[in-house]
Design a protein around this ligand. Structure first.
Ligand code: BV8
Length: 266
């Protein structure tokens, strides 16, 4: 690691050491090293060699931002549900990486010191929870849970492909992934939790997100406007970089374990 990165990690660790309530926003980049494709840019650049080849495989033909809409589902429920079921099975087969594990450890460490970490994720893969993180706020829902288009009742399908597409619900509608598509409102309870945390935290961390999707990215700016220090972990600049106080340029699975160890050692 470069000296300047080491120095920035120590700076961020000192900020976290004094923190009482941390609000953290994560995005697809945190799951990149679990082998899950991000939405924008090419994740493959930041992947360990053995994963690179799979990354640019099937997704080239699908643009997630056009498929993640109610209009796409209405027009072609078979394609959209098949694509989501393929992603769902990928998420179930993936394992949390060292970045997910470090976040759960940080949340535990803060709780032990009488503090808290509110984890807001844009990810729908459930990997934070599988790494041990608690009370995860899923701003964009969950791909492991599907919802009847007629009754809105949710089900958790078995860990195997649907038999046919689009899958029928037993309640008379179609089954769709219980995720928030573009143009759809975020769950009310998630908005309330995220608004509360970004308005009361004393440190904000943005990790593995390009910070271009709203209202999720807006919570970074809510904290910034209150003068709260903002720490970013990302190999690249993002839509939030101009309001970031400490930018840790690198992969979350590398940086987060070092950051948490440095904070504990202080
Ligand atoms: C809504 C779920 C209104 C499905 C997703 C202002 C205010 C409000 C809305 C808008 C607004 N401006 C525009 C809008 C509309 C829109 C929007 O934000 N559009 C953008 C594109 C401009 N927002 C909406 O439509 C939202 N709804 O506002 O509704 C409303 C109000 C009332 C009533 C009705 C409606 C809904 C947005 C949610 C859409 N759903 N996903 C699914 O997963 O398929 S969004 C999708 O993008 C994913 O959730 C994803 O998580 C999210 C954000 O992307 P990122 O996570 O940041 O991923 P990305 O690939 O972009 O970046 C990855 C980053 O990781 C990169 O920076 C990369 O460098 C980095 N990285 C790579 N490797 C690593 C790494 N970092 C660390 N370590 C590594 N190894």
């Amino acid at each position: 690691m470069s000296d300047s990165l080491d120095k920035s990690i120590m700076q961020a660790a000192a900020v976290l050491r004094l923190a009482k309530s941390v609000c953290m926003l994560t995005g697809a980049g945190v799951s990149a090293e679990s082998g899950l494709r991000t939405f924008r840019g090419s994740t493959a650049d930041h992947l360990p060699e053995h994963l690179k080849k799979d990354m640019s495989a099937l997704w080239k033909e699908f643009d997630p931002t056009t498929l993640a809409t109610p209009e796409a589902f209405a027009e072609n429920p078979e394609l959209v549900s098949c694509w989501y079921d393929w992603r769902r099975l990928g998420c179930l087969a993936a394992e949390p990486n060292d970045g997910h594990i470090a976040i759960a450890k940080l949340q535990d460490q803060l709780a032990k010191r009488g503090g808290s970490l509110t984890l807001l994720t844009q990810n729908v893969d459930g990997l934070h929870q599988r790494a041990g993180a608690k009370d995860v706020v899923e701003l964009h829902g969950s791909i492991t849970r599907w919802r009847c288009t007629k009754t809105q009742r949710t089900v958790v399908p078995e860990p195997k492909p649907f038999a046919k597409f689009p899958p029928q619900s037993e309640f008379g509608g179609l089954l769709r992934p219980d995720v928030v598509w573009f143009g759809e409102q975020l769950p009310q309870e998630a908005i309330i939790a995220a608004s509360d945390a970004s308005q009361t935290c004393d440190v904000f961390m943005t990790i593995g997100t390009s910070a271009v999707v709203f209202p999720a990215a807006g919570f970074i700016h809510v904290a910034k406007r209150r003068g709260v220090p903002v720490i970013e972990v990302n190999p690249d600049d993002t839509g939030a970089t101009k309001v970031v106080d400490i930018a840790l340029r690198g992969r979350s699975a590398d940086i987060l374990p070092r950051l948490v160890e440095a904070m504990i050692a202080l």
